[in-house]
Design a protein around this ligand. Structure first.
Ligand SMILES: C[S@@+](CC[C@H](N)C(=O)[O-])C[C@H]1O[C@@H](n2cnc3c(N)ncnc32)[C@H](O)[C@@H]1O
Ligand SMILES: [Zn+2]
Ligand SMILES: [Zn+2]
Ligand SMILES: [Zn+2]
Ligand SMILES: [Zn+2]
Length: 355
């Protein structure tokens, strides 16, 4: 496939500006480096192994100039991570222990819901006797550990609304712990491309297995009041909603933790985000968004992690359901339809409108 100018620094904006950026990058001018999409992407630690490219073979549009690529969430005014004194992690002696119910990181899981040993996990063992010691321990974490599905999300979770609890920097285990899938980050090279009819979209440059982690949805983490203010300031109110995701997995008005009583914080990916901000909606998607928690003291700022729920071929467009199947019945929408955006996902399960 022919690459367009946006794959290179020369394609970032006007040639004059890029020329200045190239020179200033050599001179180490950090401000100007931040100004260039390609320079932002190139600065990611994942850039060599799993680069993000941008192509437009449809029209002359470039990525929004007021958009900046980031590789971690940015905490907005009035939002903070937990104080050091509240942070904790597991004390597991071996990485392998972090898959079982004794691991403190998995302590908040409903064990019956989460436990799901499948024969597939033990296929590498020659005899049932060899697998028995492992089967005797209650497996509790979200991923397969053994066999061809190692590191992939358990099938039981594809349709569940359970959060994923992972190990993190505060844990005694190593960075190779099997329960650090999201923490280790994206491994798949992605391409932002111009679609025929839905603006930008994202496709994968490698095949992705069902259950594989793809990337996090990043953005500014803002208070609910700030999110309301941004919605009100947006010219088209509902358009703003597609970039805002509420961090409400643990919101409970009865919570003893004031940060979880609600209303929840929200992530705004419109102006700062990763490639996932360009993923389009489908009513029959190949990705699904999950709440992921590292340190339990940071439940109020939990991650939003996108996993494949189907096998995806190299070159296929990535999609997720923006409302996770929760949209109203279009039969109830008579009279409001002219204000709504038609869904162009093209699937046979299409619900006709985005909002
Ligand atoms: C989060 S953005 C996705 C990236 C977007 N296509 C862009 O160019 O920036 C959501 C916007 O993409 C478009 N979009 C996404 N999925 C769509 C779909 N299934 N049908 C029609 N438009 C869609 C709508 O304009 C929507 O407001
Ligand atoms: Zn552990
Ligand atoms: Zn661990
Ligand atoms: Zn841990
Ligand atoms: Zn649709």
């Amino acid at each position: 496939m022919a690459k367009t100018k946006q794959d290179t620094p020369e394609g970032c904006a006007s040639l004059d500006k890029d020329f200045r950026e190239l020179i200033s990058a050599k001179q180490g001018n950090e401000d100007e480096k931040e100004d260039c999409h390609w320079c932002q992407l190139r600065s990611f630690t994942t850039h060599k192994a799993a680069p993000i490219t941008v192509v437009n073979e449809i029209d002359g549009q470039t990525l929004p100039q007021n958009f900046r690529f980031i590789n971690g969430v940015v905490l907005g005014a009035g939002v903070s991570a937990a104080d050091l004194s509240f942070r904790s992690g597991c004390t597991c002696g071996q990485d392998e222990d972090c898959q079982y119910s004794g691991c403190l990181c998995l302590a908040d899981l409903d064990q019956d819901e989460a436990s799901d040993d499948s024969a597939d996990d033990y296929s590498e063992f020659d005899t049932a006797a060899a697998a028995a010691p492992l089967l005797a321990r209650k497996k509790a974490y979200a991923y397969h550990i053994h066999g061809s599905k190692a590191g992939l999300l358990r099938s039981k979770l594809y349709t569940s609304k359970l959060p994923l609890y992972e190990c993190h920097q505060g844990c005694a285990c190593s960075s190779d712990c099997p329960n650090r899938v999201v923490e280790r980050g994206r491994t798949v090279p992605l391409q932002i491309f111009r679609t025929q009819d839905r603006g930008w979209g994202v496709r994968t440059q490698e095949s992705i297995k069902k259950g594989q982690f793809v990337d996090r949805y990043l953005g500014e983490v803002i208070t609910s009041a700030e999110a309301d203010r941004r919605r009100a300031a947006s010219v088209v109110y509902r358009r703003k909603d597609v970039y805002l995701f509420a961090l409400d997995k643990f919101t409970d008005p009865r919570s003893l933790d004031g940060r979880l009583k609600g209303p929840p914080l929200e992530v705004d990916g419109e102006f700062m985000s990763g490639p996932t901000r360009f993923i389009n909606h489908s009513c029959d998607p190949n990705l699904r968004i999950f709440a992921r928690v590292g340190d339990h003291a940071d439940k109020h700022i939990h991650d939003l992690a996108l996993f494949a729920i189907k096998d995806i071929q190299k070159g296929e467009e990535l999609t997720f359901d923006y409302v996770d199947g929760a949209s109203g019945d279009s039969e109830d929408l008579d009279g409001k339809m002219e204000d709504m955006t038609k869904c162009l996902c093209g699937s046979s399960k299409c619900r006709r409108f985005l909002w």
